[in-house]
Design a protein around this ligand. Sequence first.
Ligand SMILES: CC[C@H](C(=O)O)C(=O)SCCNC(=O)CCNC(=O)[C@H](O)C(C)(C)COP(=O)(O)OP(=O)(O)OC[C@H]1O[C@@H](n2cnc3c(N)ncnc32)[C@H](O)[C@@H]1OP(=O)(O)O
Length: 260
Amino acid sequence: MQKGDLQMEYQFTVKEDGRAVFVINRAHKKNAINYEVMKGLKDAITACKENDDVKVLLITGAGQDAFCSGGDVQLFHALKTEEEAYSMLYPMGGILYELMTLPKPTIAVINGIALGGGCELASACDIRIAVDSAKIGFIQGRLGITTGWGGTTILQEKLSPQSALHMLYSASTFSAEEGKEYGFIQRVVSASALEESMKQLLEPLLQKSASVLRQYKTLYTKRWEANGLFARMQEEIQGCAVLWAGEEHHQAVESFLQRK
Ligand SMILES: CC[C@H](C(=O)O)C(=O)SCCNC(=O)CCNC(=O)[C@H](O)C(C)(C)COP(=O)(O)OP(=O)(O)OC[C@H]1O[C@@H](n2cnc3c(N)ncnc32)[C@H](O)[C@@H]1OP(=O)(O)O
């Protein structure tokens, strides 16, 4: 394959105004997360932490109809046992913990459908802005599993129990406006107004000094360290791995893969 033909599964750029942008670049797979995207996200978060020029991290998906459809079902379908599932779930949970505690503002720009682990990824960001056509759903329950990247533990820090548990129990797909009613989405805009809305959202943040932004985030990170956030995420991940090995999950994934 010619070098020029190589399609990177993600793009990470740092703009002159201090915003860093991570784009999941797998639109042909509704921006599902595979191991390359996981590594790219891990490296991007580290780069943001180490680069004083970066003030804000944005995460979004390539194309117009998907933010992220969760883990790559075709790829992760090969993981059958609890141990094999844990070998993928735990590293991604660690990445979401690093994202959650990055000492800089993080914004999920939900440009389209966000499902399963895609919602967990968005949850780990400080702020979620969505286009009005976006659909969001913690659909893991339909596959006989729970969130497996720490998403439930993260929601416990951001949403009311009634909102979070309804979204999780139902495994329903909600509109962006419904997600806003639950407190999961902070701003809903039309696709055409997204760029302007992002400008309005970012301007006041980019004008603040890095130390002010870092101080605010550190106050939250200290709270999460004090209440054992990562240990609770790990417990959630272990629970998901047990369900992952169950027949209900394997049959649900098989049905998805055989659907066409
Ligand atoms: C802990 C996290 C947990 C985990 O995986 O570990 C999860 O995230 S569980 C949830 C996993 N995600 C899903 O179950 C979503 C599966 N995808 C869908 O339900 C649909 O594809 C949908 C609703 C996103 C879009 O449906 P639509 O009819 O508009 O498009 P297609 O289904 O034809 O999809 C187009 C193309 O993308 C591939 N695709 C979509 N989602 C995934 C995915 N999550 N993993 C891998 N591939 C995905 C789909 O197979 C099609 O590709 P093709 O080569 O044409 O088959």
